[in-house]
Design a protein around this ligand. Sequence first.
Ligand code: OAD
Length: 235
Amino acid sequence: MKQGIKNIVILTGAGVSAESGIDTFRSAGGLWEQHKVEDVATPEAFARDPDLVLRFYDMRREHIQQVQPNAAHYALAKLDAAWSGNLLLVTQNVDDLHERAGTQRLLHMHGEHLNAWCNACDARHRWHGTLIDRPACPACGVAGRLRPDIVWFGEMPYRMDDIYDALDQADLFVSIGTSGAVYPAAGLVREAREKGIQTLELNLEPSHGSSWFTKSRHGPATEVVPAWVEEILGS
Ligand code: OAD
């Protein structure tokens, strides 16, 4: 294990999936340039125009099933498998590329495209098809109450207690492929700094929170992530 580092928390964002062919949110031509956040990613939008929101997420759900994990996802899965200390990969991504690459110690703080959530009975189901056709919930049988299991703006990200607990134990916090524009994820680096632990940014370019990191490396995720993983595994 590298220089006193035993427990690691890794935060990933859209940049880690960009080279798999999934649009990021805030780049030029990114998703939030093509669509207004307030039209597709808020509970108010869903109440106002459910067809628009369901169609948007149906298309995204279909798209993520056509792309493949890239070298960055595989490198992180290799690290997860090999690392004997604690490791938690916290992803803001709603695709399933980390798990398809093999990462097991993983938490989706912003939900998952491949889950549907029933607003009638609160059950969650693995979902690969569409929701626009208002299917019935497999648990309670009520039709038309399933929504994408995505954390929309104004909603609370998932499992924050688990994330803060892991950060409490961590010796290293690594942020990969995220602009640092969306809280509370963007605030994790400050929490880490306040605990006095090492913080590393791996991103195409300096993020909004770049100055909070003790170290940073800039470049495409498929290059900088495998290189860092090889280094920390000492191979
Ligand atoms: P953003 O689109 O805000 O930021 C993506 C970051 O990845 C940027 O800093 C890019 O420079 C970087 N990037 C792009 N291509 C890269 C590459 N090939 N290798 C490495 N880095 C690259 O996406 P997020 O930070 O993930 O929330 O956005 C956070 C949240 O905002 C998302 O989870 C989503 C969105 O609204 C919800 O949908 C709830």
